[in-house]
Design a protein around this ligand. Sequence first.
Ligand SMILES: Cc1ncc(COP(=O)(O)O)c(C=O)c1O
Length: 428
Amino acid sequence: MKHNKSSEIFNEAKKYIPGGVNSPVRAFRSVGLDPIFIERGEGAKIYDVDGNEYIDYICSWGPLILGHSNEKVLEGIDEVLRRGTSYGVPTEIEVKMAKLIVEAYPSIDMVRMVNSGTEATMSALRVARGYTGRNKILKFEGCYHGHSDSLLVKSGSGTLTFGVPTSPGVPADTVKDTLVSRYNDLDAVKKIFEEQGEEIAAIIVEPVGGNMGVVPGKKAFLQGLRDICDEYGAVLIFDEVITGFRLAYGGAQEVYGVEAHMTCFGKIIGGGLPVGAYGGKKEIMDMVSPVGPVYQAGTLSGNPLAMHMGYNNLRILKDNPQIYEGIEAKAKRLEDGFRKNIHELNISAEVVRFKGMVCVFFAEGEFHSYDDVKNCDTDMYSRYFKGMLERGVLLPPAQFEGMFLSSEHTIEHIEETIKIQYDVLREL
Ligand SMILES: Cc1ncc(COP(=O)(O)O)c(C=O)c1O
């Protein structure tokens, strides 16, 4: 497989864009390769500028649950575009979109649109702090909530719960109120609340960890978080930027039967255009300006193009619940096929699947927290990624990311992927 044109564009890109990419994971650095540049996508496939074709398991990192350039999702977008791209005054589609989200999530009375998942979590935390009048927040190691300052933290050494910045440019003072705990470890959270519960505004959590591979939250853990928040008057924020409208139409909250006080969205609700949203109970959302005192705004928030694509996406998902069953069945087949390959070839790896989310960890054991996944063999993942890419399967270019499936992945794509994986694993 040749990547000449991609290499050419990448060399040019590096001159003008840091690392040649507009988001670090696209650089393929953690698998030691140069990125491929994409020309177009169709269904479950994408095509690079060198004419290579791939079965795509990135799917734009989640938004494309209905595949690339899906005619039904695109319906009407030309007309919306021609009418005008942005007004800075309200449009009706924003209301229709908000209503759809509120109807899908019983825990949400009101929702505010923003432009990315990062903005959604950052804003939700500000609202939670305004609502409770408290400063501290609690997050979990291995969960990613976007790149706002107070969330770019990892846990301090040993048993310390305060976070330390993971990036230069984030002042230690900014993260001093961010506590970090272990995912799926309710006792650790209880202990933190016993000591500092009255000062904690919110817990933010990915109900299924999707940024440390795939690490499902245990139901008792998530319910326990809700109970602790209720007991101490803190706000439980589910970051459903990945899981929202992906695990089920009602997201992780429907699947687990655990309700958050606030929920963050992104990805699927924009159908591939830039979007984010946060919502929750009315009394919390009433804190948001212009009704309440907590300031939050956005020039392009609720953009008519993004709303149109998102609305189409959600309507299709709502009207076709079998899409979720289909994706889960295909994910299950991938899981079984991958597991069989790994077993037959005696590879040190495990497959984790939750609903339609799948990940191959190059390590053995069980995966319940970041501690469990961090020692995976990332060199092996790199070789695996490269082998799959060369044979026409585009996986996430990092061990600690899950695979994304769409309604457009057929059982033939899945069987082909399993077969290719066998050949690649055999040569590792
Ligand atoms: C769970 C989660 N939250 C928040 C974000 C940030 O979203 P965005 O990249 O749109 O800012 C991401 C991005 O991958 C995510 O996976």
